[in-house]
Design a protein around this ligand. Structure first.
Ligand code: HEC
Ligand code: HEC
Length: 210
């Protein structure tokens, strides 16, 4: 398996101490829920940050720096895949600039989405890809950046653990098709470019169990 530090060095990224699988630091839950979350965001992302609709991502337990980056990327239109354009550009534009950090901290403090059992064959294949990559096509292990338990590594690498399969597949397709291009150094466009449709289904099934 390729080491995250090696990949990060090759990319010129700084990786914090703490190895693959290290949990992101979770702040204590703020007593107060930002008003916009209750009136707007919860309708799609769920009152606990865990959504009921598989194409809407869970936000609970996601790293605050990643959430802030995404909200800003929607606002300045650097995240421009079809679902971003049609749904999140408008939502993000409605967030007052001085509320972005508060909203990100709120979702980051929520308990991450629980895993769910999936088809064992898909899960086994997905686990092998996720932890080991594919040497012949130089596909790096996802675990090298996202952690072996999918908990992510702040500030750059998002949590994937428990995320909805349909959402994960949609993002991998968007990266592969170069419709989502807000990833630093095109890293996810390169990674997803090496994935087949079958690989994506297997990876998403495994990620959902984490
Ligand atoms: C109508 C449904 C809907 C509402 C309301 C909504 N979102 Fe979203 N949100 C989505 C969808 C769909 C995506 C996936 C966008 C994509 O594929 O690029 C998303 C993505 C996101 C992401 C990126 C998550 C990731 O893992 O990359 C963040 C952050 C986010 N929304 C925050 C918010 C906030 C904050 C609000 C309230 C102001 C909000 N959303 C309201 C549907 C919604
Ligand atoms: C070299 C590091 C690296 C590797 C290896 C890597 N990723 Fe990523 N991944 C990232 C970064 C950085 C982002 C955040 C991009 C951004 O800022 O928008 C990301 C984002 C994602 C997202 C979008 C998350 C969201 O909430 O929208 C998914 C899904 C994803 N990666 C899946 C994978 C899978 C599956 C693999 C293995 C096949 C993998 N990644 C390998 C660095 C990596």
């Amino acid at each position: 398996m390729i080491k995250r530090s090696a990949i990060a060095a090759a990319l010129g990224l700084t990786v914090l101490a703490g190895s693959a699988g290290a949990a992101t630091t979770q702040a204590a839950a703020p007593a107060h829920v930002p008003a916009l979350v209750t009136t707007t965001c919860s309708a799609c992302h769920g009152p606990t940050g865990v959504s009921f609709v598989p194409t809407f991502p869970d936000l609970a337990g996601q790293g605050a720096p990643y959430l802030i980056k995404q909200i800003n990327d929607f606002r300045n239109h650097t995240r421009a895949d079809p679902q971003a354009k049609s749904i999140m550009w408008g939502m993000a534009a409605a967030i007052p600039a001085n509320k972005i950090t508060e909203i990100a901290d709120y979702f980051a403090s929520q308990k991450g989405a629980p895993g769910a059992p999936q088809n064992p064959k898909l899960v086994a294949a997905g686990r092998a890809l996720y932890l080991g990559g594919i040497a012949s096509t130089q596909l790096p292990a996802c675990a090298a950046c996202h952690g072996s338990s999918g908990l992510g590594v702040e500030p750059l690498f998002p949590r994937l653990a428990g995320q909805h399969q349909a959402y994960v597949v949609s993002q991998l397709q968007y990266f592969k098709a170069k419709q989502r291009t807000n990833d630093p150094l095109q890293i996810m466009q390169t990674v997803a470019g090496k994935l087949s449709a079958k690989d994506m289904q297997e990876l998403a099934a495994f990620i959902r169990t984490l």
